[in-house]
Ligand binder design. Structure first.
Ligand SMILES: Nc1ncnc2c1ncn2[C@@H]1O[C@H](COP(=O)(O)OP(=O)(O)OP(=O)(O)O)[C@@H](O)[C@H]1O
Ligand SMILES: Cc1cc2nc3c(=O)[nH]c(=O)nc-3n(C[C@H](O)[C@H](O)[C@H](O)CO)c2cc1C
Ligand SMILES: [Mg+2]
Length: 148
């Protein structure tokens, strides 16, 4: 994306409910409005960056933007997997994300097992890319000033 880092926020909505169960990675889904507001020339694929829920702590994240070719979705989605274990679900809360970099295009997995493996690889890549935490501090500041 030409527009990186890209900041956006929105309410976490329910998707198809298959992110965590099938691929082992829960993804907080943004509503259509947030997806429609992405720059028109955004490349679909998997990105990494920082995220916070409400005014909570900032965590590393990976975000998938696109049509999930494995599931043949007809509507573009934007789903964030936060690299943190939460005590409970946070549907309805405001998710803040700062997308920092691009990792890979979306793939059409041969199987769910392959999908799970690929996601473990991409999560590791994201952690390697996210060593600098300057943007994390920026997101924390921006999220708290917006909810004040
Ligand atoms: N580490 C995490 N990252 C993202 N979401 C999490 C995390 N831990 C718990 N959740 C919760 O899990 C929900 C996402 O679960 P999941 O992706 O399985 O379902 P869904 O978003 O409703 O549907 P879909 O499978 O279409 O994405 C989030 O909305 C959030 O409330
Ligand atoms: C890190 C990450 C990588 C993903 N990679 C793909 C992919 O390559 N192909 C795909 O169809 N879906 C991919 N997805 C989306 C996945 O299919 C989606 O989260 C589930 O279908 C739940 O909606 C990815 C999601 C995440 C969080
Ligand atoms: Mg999801």
């Amino acid at each position: 994306m030409r527009h990186l880092p890209y900041f956006c926020r929105g309410q976490v909505v329910r998707g198809f409910g298959r992110g965590s169960k099938q691929l082992g990675i829960p993804t907080a889904n943004f509503p259509e409005q947030v997806v429609d507001n992405l720059p028109a020339d955004v490349s679909t694929g998997i990105y990494y960056g920082w995220a916070s829920v409400g005014s909570g702590d900032v965590h590393k994240m990976v975000v998938s933007i696109g049509w999930n070719p494995y599931y043949k979705n007809t509507k573009k989605s934007m789903e964030t997997h936060i690299m943190h274990t939460f005590e409970e679900d946070f549907y309805g809360e405001i998710l803040n994300v700062a997308i920092v970099g691009y990792l890979r295009p979306e793939k059409n997995f041969d199987s769910l097992v392959q999908g799970t493996r690929e996601n473990a690889v991409v999560n590791k890549d994201a952690l390697r890319c996210l060593k600098c935490n300057k943007l994390s501090q920026y997101l924390k500041h921006r999220a708290s000033s917006m909810s004040a």
